[in-house]
Write a protein that binds this ligand. Structure first.
Ligand SMILES: [Zn+2]
Length: 460
């Protein structure tokens, strides 16, 4: 695990001066006092309360708690309703003006001082996958709430209104963010969710109103910015002892159903040299997929995750194999190029084996979603100033932020996932890492409120 440093900025002056060697010359003391007093504006904020964050994570985890220590808090279930009620109460207690929008998102507003300034929105989700953990989603929601608490504590009124958001049904297809950005398709409304309710029924059950979707939709230019904090769900930060991930973007996904057709025949009487074995070709193709992804620099990934042989008997040479192919990258061109390379290798396998290989694209409609380079720079700067290590990285998993990219300058902050585990009860992020993330989120929102996006042009 990483061993991050929490800078309690408000205590910094006291603890530093108490260590002064009083025998040192006066000018030096004055110089040090001057240096401390001129810590830039971002250092004025109170530090996140790690204990409060952890207690809230634990309380939220009681809603839908399962026997393995995680949660079954799928969207629209009673556990989801209970979790939402708990968070909503916390939001109201923090003084936010809370409403549920047409898509079932909970939005709490903290008023700003400038009536012409656009809102800054930040938050995540609290629904889980079946058999999920206690941090995927809640980390982003409860650190967003922590930011509100810290602004309250500092008695600071931002210029922009602040909108804290709890997106509805993230795990079931980014429903809340698609609704908010006007991209929720009618066909999605009839999809039956894990709760047993359709998306339409579920959205109404949590207080949404599908008739008002258009009226509640956000358009490009409506927000000053959107920022989401999330657990990494991978092991890059944890393995490298890095505190903060500055997300460059959410990767796009290409998905294909692959069919390999050979000739089914008797496994005992057909000599090896006379076989058109579809399974053998599938094995070669699986290796080719791996090689196509690893034979060039970059963070692209390619996976065969599902495979089935037909007829599927021990004594029959498989005549047909169906398998999946998935390719992910931040750049659509890279996805396209790797697919072309896989097709080239597949053609060579067909020539060698006589097994034909067909690729049918599956519509998962997920284009790469790069985050705003100015927001990246603000996040990196916030981490830097707080003394936290950070690195640029892609998000291999989907998030509500990928929908928000279309309508607002968007950024994402990752905090470490212990051992990279996610979507399991064993998912864990330390209270210290959550507090670090909340401090970065606070500084990021404060900097954006101060006009950072108007003056910042590039990521570091
Ligand atoms: Zn999530």
């Amino acid at each position: 695990m990483s061993a991050p440093t929490i800078y309690l900025i408000n205590c910094y002056t006291l603890s530093s001066t108490s260590q002064f060697d009083l025998a040192m010359p006066k000018p030096l003391i004055l110089l040090i006092v001057f240096a401390v007093l001129t810590i830039p504006a971002y250092a004025q904020w109170p530090a996140a309360d790690a204990q409060r964050l952890e207690e809230r994570i634990k309380t939220l985890a009681t809603h839908g708690a399962n026997a393995d220590g995680g949660v079954d808090r799928v969207a629209y279930s009673q556990a989801d309703l209970d979790g939402r009620a708990y968070v909503r109460q916390l939001m109201e207690d923090a003084g936010l003006e809370v409403r549920v929008d047409a898509g079932g998102n909970i939005i709490g507003r903290r008023a700003g001082s400038d009536p012409d300034a656009k809102p800054i929105m930040f938050g995540s989700h609290i629904d889980s996958v079946p058999g999920g953990g206690n941090y995927d989603g809640p980390a982003g929601v409860l650190t967003a709430l922590e930011v509100i608490e810290l602004f309250n504590q500092a008695e600071h009124t931002t210029r922009h209104p602040l909108d804290m958001i709890v997106f509805s049904n993230e795990e079931g297809g980014l429903v809340g963010s698609l609704a908010l950005t006007g991209k929720l398709r009618d066909s999605a409304l009839d999809v039956v969710s894990h709760s047993g309710l359709t998306i339409a029924e579920g959205t109404e059950a949590i207080g949404g109103n599908l008739e008002n979707l258009e009226q509640d939709q956000l358009h490009p230019g409506d927000l000053e910015a959107f920022v989401e904090l999330h657990i990494e769900q991978g092991a890059v930060l944890d393995n490298n002892g890095i505190n903060i991930g500055v997300v460059e973007g959410i990767v796009g996904i290409g998905w294909w159903d692959v069919t390999l057709t050979g000739i089914a025949n008797h496994a005992g009487t057909t000599p090896m040299y006379l076989r058109d074995d579809a399974m053998l070709a599938a094995a070669e193709l699986t290796i080719a997929v791996n090689e196509a992804a690893t034979s060039r620099p970059g963070g692209q990934v390619a996976t065969v995750g599902r495979i089935q042989a037909f007829p599927g008997a021990p004594n029959v040479i498989p005549g047909r194999v169906e398998m999946s192919l998935e390719i992910r990258d931040l750049d659509q061109t890279v996805i396209d190029e790797i697919f072309v390379e896989i097709q080239r290798r597949a053609a060579a396998i067909t020539t060698r084996s006589g097994v034909t290989i067909e690729f049918a694209p599956v519509d998962v409609a997920s284009q790469p979603a790069p985050t705003d380079s100015r927001v990246q720079a603000v996040i990196a700067n916030a981490a830097e100033q707080l003394g936290l290590s950070h690195r640029l990285m892609p998000s291999g998993a989907g998030h509500d932020a990928q929908d928000m990219v279309a309508i607002a300058p968007t950024g994402m902050i990752f905090v470490p996932s212990q051992d990279g585990l996610s979507h399991t009860p064993r998912e864990f992020t330390s209270a210290e890492d959550l507090a670090n993330g909340a401090n970065v989120l606070l500084s990021t929102i404060a900097a954006i409120d101060d006009g950072a996006l108007q003056t910042t042009t590039e990521a570091e």
